[in-house]
Design a protein around this ligand. Structure first.
Ligand code: NI
Length: 174
């Protein structure tokens, strides 16, 4: 589903049944879609299911060459909280808005918790790219896409047009 599809602007419903064939199949399909499109994370609404479920993680991403690896994670019914007020801006893309990038402010350090596909609870404290990914995926589950987080719309554009603006703000395009 791409930007403009109403499912991307809905608050997703919590998952209530874990470790079912349907849920496991959906998760397998999401990993496959993510890998086919060369992304690093995907949320269920992006494949047409309004559920609080996202998968993300990679060892090395050609799309985000400078980013450290993030463990492959299935995140269901998540909660997040910032651990400080400190924010930082970095470029983001999204499989629902392909070839567009935007400079998005995110909390630098967060704690997030949720459940895996078996219904086991977990909690992590993370920072940097990992924290940014979780905030991006969480936004999908509350019906928000990254352009709505951008403070100055000149920092939203097509990848191949953004080099000069990236230089101006001193950030590296992914
Ligand atoms: Ni996205």
């Amino acid at each position: 589903m791409r930007m403009g599809n109403p499912i991307l602007y809905q608050k997703a419903k919590p998952v209530t049944n874990f470790n079912t064939p349907e849920l496991n199949q959906l998760i397998a399909d999401m990993w496959e879609t993510m890998e086919t499109l060369g992304g690093v994370g995907i949320a269920a609404p992006q494949v047409g299911e309004s559920l609080q479920l996202a998968v993300f993680g990679f060892e090395k991403s050609p799309r985000y060459g400078h980013a450290n690896a993030v463990p492959k994670t299935v995140l269901i019914n998540p909660k997040i909280e910032s651990l400080s007020d400190e924010m930082y801006d970095d470029w983001e893309g999204c499989m629902s808005i392909r070839i567009i990038r935007g400079l998005v402010p995110r909390y630098k350090k967060i704690r997030y918790s949720g459940y895996n596909e078996k219904g086991e609870f977990f909690q992590h404290e993370v920072e940097g790219f990992h924290a940014k990914m979780v905030q991006h995926e969480y936004d999908h589950l509350i019906g928000r896409l990254f352009p709505s987080r951008i403070k100055d719309m000149q920092y939203l554009g097509f990848e191949e047009e953004l080099a000069d603006i990236a230089k101006k703000v001193g950030t590296r395009l992914p």
